[in-house]
Ligand binder design. Structure first.
Ligand SMILES: Cc1cc2nc3c(=O)[nH]c(=O)nc-3n(C[C@H](O)[C@H](O)[C@H](O)COP(=O)(O)O)c2cc1C
Length: 141
């Protein structure tokens, strides 16, 4: 299975989630391309079985501009996007960007929300979510 993980991270939390997902997928035998939004060359989602899209949330639940640019760069709404993100419950709309992106892409998968760093007990949340996502990919493929 060919997978891309596209993510935006300023202070490293979303990157940690992306790398955790990467590690798990590689150990399942997937081929994984990492894409740093705003840095790496554009990707074509149609070349992948699934694209994981990760973002943090900004100012009252907003999606960062770099992520919006990434979506514009793709130029269409792929149906193979699974969304994950990090946020902080002390802000107004916790992980609002995850909800917005799930709705925008009409994603087949619920979004994964992680509070700050995934290290510790939240790793189980990622594993549980990832299992659900991969089950459905296999079902469709
Ligand atoms: C100015 C500012 C605004 C933020 N606004 C929100 C928000 O509205 N909702 C939320 O869930 N998290 C919010 N956060 C928290 C970040 O999304 C969170 O720290 C995230 O893990 C950062 O990801 P990164 O380490 O990958 O850059 C905000 C953080 C900052 C600094």
């Amino acid at each position: 299975m060919k997978v891309a993980i596209a993510y935006l991270s300023y202070s490293g939390n979303t990157q940690e989630v992306a790398e955790f997902i990467q590690e798990r997928l590689i150990s399942r035998g997937c081929s994984v391309d990492m894409h740093r939004i705003g840095i790496d060359a554009p990707i074509d989602p149609s070349g992948y079985d699934i694209v994981f899209l990760g973002t943090f949330t900004w100012e009252n639940g907003r999606t960062p501009d770099e992520v919006k640019d990434f979506i514009l760069e793709i130029g269409y709404k792929p149906n193979n996007i699974a969304v994950f993100g990090t946020g902080d419950t002390q802000f107004g709309y916790y992980c609002g960007a995850v909800d917005r992106l799930v709705n925008f892409f009409n994603s087949k998968w619920s979004g994964l929300k992680i509070e700050q760093s995934p290290r510790g007990s939240q790793e189980q949340l990622i594993d549980y979510w990832l299992r659900g996502v991969m089950e459905r990919v296999r079902h469709i493929a």
